[in-house]
Design a protein around this ligand. Sequence first.
Ligand code: ZN
Length: 95
Amino acid sequence: MSIPAICNEGCNEQFSIEQFEIEQMNDGVEQTYFECPHCKKRYVAYYTDPEIRKLQANIRNLGKSSQTAKGMKLIEKNKRLMNELRKRMEGGEAV
Ligand SMILES: [Zn+2]
């Protein structure tokens, strides 16, 4: 994959994201991020914890059924948990 990006919090150079890196944090939390190749500014894509990864596996297993009410509910829960985890990790307010 190759996603175009601009280093808007760092050197303002353009670059393409070739892959996401994963850093293991405390309590089974994984930080998924990418770095500007010019100034090494780190951009966090998202955080996951064991509960979230389990939920995501469930959603993947649903396949096409993820379009059902049950699937939608899991997807909503996943979004909420990821939002809460990010808030907890960054100490900021939820978006
Ligand atoms: Zn940069």
